[in-house]
Every structure is written in C-alpha cells, then in structure tokens.
Design a protein around this ligand. Structure first.
Ligand code: GLA
Length: 390
C-alpha cells in the first residue's frame, strides 16, 4: 500500500542477507526499521469519503510553505497525520492513527486523534451538580464517565469548512441534554497549520443554559514516526511544579501535590521510561503516566511542554492557555488495531498530551471552573509546534 523508500531498502537488504541473525533480532541496529523504509504520506482521502449517521465524512489536508502537511477528518475532528521533517530532512508521520474512517469507527476506546467533549477526562461516578440541580452521565469507564460519555464528540460527524490551504473549521451543535449535559452547546474548532510548523487548535463554544465544558484533542504522537516503536526513550519536559494525584479509579484525590522528588518531576527534560516502572502508588494507580499536570505558566508564547523523539530528533513544543495537561503514555494500548504503515497499536508506542482543565473539576470546587453560562464565550487555544532538537 505504501511505497517502499528505495535507497533505504537497497542498503538494508544486502545487510540482511549478510547477517540474517542480526535482522531477526529486534535489539540490533541492522533491523529493518519500518519508518526508515516506508515513505511517510497522507492516507487516501477516498478512504474517508463515507456517510456516517447520514452525514458525509472526508479527509482534509493542510499544507504550509515549509512542506509540512496535516490530514484531519471531520469524523470526530480527528488529526489523522502530521508530516514533519526529521533530522535528515525526511518527512516523518508523527501521528499514530488509521488510514480509513472505518479504522477510527471500529476503535472507539482509544480516542485516536479526536476532539474530546463535552467534558474531556473523567467525572467521578458520572455525577455533578450545577445551580442546585444534579446531572447523571453514562458510565463508560467504570465507575466513572470518561471523555464525554457513551457517544462523545470523537464520534460525531462535524460540519467542515476548509477556509484555505492552512485552515480547517469544524462546527458541531451538541443538543440540550445530549449525553446528559444541559444546554445547547454550539462548538467551533479551527485547526490552523502555521508557517513555523505549528498546528494551532482554537476552540470556541457558547451555550443557552448553564453547562460544563472541557474540550481537548487526543492525538497519539510518536515522534520517531507512526511505526517508530516504543515512546519510552523519548525525552519529555513538562513545566509543572505540581500535579493532581489520583485514586485507583483515576479520579483526582483533590490534593495538588508537588512533583519534586517523585517520578512526576519532568521540570527538566527526562527520558519518559526512566522512572515509569518505579514502585510508586501513583504510577500503579495510573498504570504508568496517566495524570493531570498543573501547568506552572500556561502560555501561547513559551512552551509548557517539550518532547523529543530519540531516533528522529523531532521536537514537539506545546503551547496552551489551559491550566492542565494530561500526560498519557499509552498504558492501555494492546496491539489490537491495525494502524497506518502496517503498524499495530502496541503497548506504549504513542503518548498523548491533552491540554485541558483538570479531571473531575465539576466535583472539585478548588479546581479552576469549567462552568459556562449563557452569554459567555468559551475560548481556548493550544498549539503543537515541530522543529529539530538543538
Ligand atoms: C485518556 C485517559 C486514559 C485512557 C485514554 C484512552 O488519556 O486518561 O486513561 O482512557 O484516554 O485510552
């Protein structure tokens, strides 16, 4: 399906013939690295041109003046591919995802690439109260509600308008009491590919009744390439002095705890896997990293987090106005799904950094508010920016 990258192949094959055992051993350097030998390219739009729930789905392409390309489908507003140059100038697809809309439709759990709403992350026991009224949500992550409930924004067909070659506007009207949330919520998400290799996401929402909103994006990144193997050797820096520890059901305990002296201290750039197996109650509760970091200084000018792929040297900086960042290390990935480039979604072969308000905020009065009232505008921006590490 994907063309083999000829120069790489002609070098690799003779090496394999000479040392067959080396080619069978996944720990040796001479192993064929699929991302080295496969040309990164966007999936065929035709594989996304279907009808779901009576609405047309498609694949939209953004291109900038630097040759960076991004593909997004309006099924769940999902980021399907991001092609950026690696240290050798070779285009690399840093998104783990599918090459057809069916792929996404058949894999509801992991939320690959999706816009998440109405409430990104968990709400304890699926219950919250607003203006004295109690609301109940669908429990889809027992005993809690995760990422919007039974059918979240990740499974909706959004109305799409390609504004120009670098801008895609997606809109969706979430009706009053959809998934148990009050108010008609009109949502707009604009993806913009900037000329300095940033993918900017602008979220806007308004409501006609008091409600709660917490939107995010759930792209799975592998900065070594979509078939680049483990992400445990990537380096990550998260500018967060504190985080929100969780109970065994992944609900914050309400405590804002310092990261200092714990495996959650990413204030200096650190290899992701270096402490992930430490004996630590929080790592046990999250089955790895699956925690909300309290960003020290949310900003669109200075990065709140930076991750570097160990093989590609591709660096991703994250800028956001959101107070929190959920860092998830693919702990629930099991290799069940056939992804782009013939890859499987194996354990910890991708990570997500979801910029958002804190989990379970509706039930934690001390956390920043997620309440949106009629007349107010929910407006927030996050940018993922790519370069080569210095
Ligand atoms: C979020 C959650 C994780 C997991 C993934 C999807 O990141 O915090 O616990 O559910 O989504 O698998």
């Amino acid at each position: 399906m994907y063309k083999l990258f000829k120069p790489a192949l002609s070098i690799i094959l003779p090496a394999c013939l000479l040392t067959v055992s080396a080619c069978n051993n996944s720990n040796t350097k001479s192993t064929i690295n699929m991302t080295d030998s496969l040309e990164a390219k966007l999936p065929a739009a035709s594989a996304f041109q279907k009808t779901i729930d009576g609405k047309k789905t498609d694949l939209y392409t953004l291109k900038n003046s630097k040759g960076m390309e991004v593909a997004i489908t309006n099924f769940g507003g999902r980021v399907v591919s991001i092609l950026v140059p690696d240290k050798n100038g070779k285009l690399t697809d840093v998104v783990e995802g599918f090459d057809s809309v069916e792929g996404y439709k058949n894999a509801p759990g992991p939320y690959y690439g999706a816009i998440i709403g109405r409430y990104g992350n968990r709400i304890a026991k699926g219950k919250f109260a607003l203006e004295g009224k109690e609301y109940s949500l669908f429990i889809n992550n027992s005993p809690n509600t995760l990422h919007g409930g039974k059918v979240g924004f990740d499974f909706k067909v959004w109305d799409a308008k390609q504004i120009d070659s670098t801008t895609l506007e997606l809109t969706y009207l979430s009706k009053d009491m959809e998934e148990g949330f009050p108010g008609n919520l009109q949502v707009k998400v604009v993806y913009t590919l900037t000329n300095d290799n940033g993918l900017k996401i602008d979220y806007t929402a308004t409501t006609d009744k008091t409600t709660i909103v917490n939107l995010t994006n759930h792209t799975y990144f592998n900065l070594n390439g979509a078939n680049g193997g483990t992400i445990l050797n990537h380096k990550a820096q998260i500018l967060a002095d504190t985080y929100t520890p969780i109970d065994p059901t992944s609900i914050p305990t309400g405590v804002i705890a310092p990261v200092k002296g714990t495996p959650f201290d990413f204030t200096q750039s650190t290899v992701i896997g270096s402490r992930i197996n430490d004996k630590d109650e929080q790592l046990t509760n999250g089955k790895g990293y699956d925690h909300n970091f309290v960003l020290t200084k949310p900003s669109l000018d200075t990065p709140v987090a930076t991750v570097v792929g160990d093989k590609s040297d591709i660096e991703m900086q994250i800028f956001t106005q959101e107070p929190g960042l959920q860092f998830y290390t693919g702990n629930f990935m099991k290799g069940d799904n056939a992804m782009k480039y013939g890859a499987k979604d194996n354990y910890r072969t991708a990570f997500a950094m979801e910029t958002e308000h804190f989990p379970d905020s509706p039930n934690e009065p001390k956390f920043p508010s997620v309440v949106l009232k009629p007349g107010q505008v929910y407006k927030t921006t996050t940018e993922y920016k790519f370069s080569i590490a210095k």
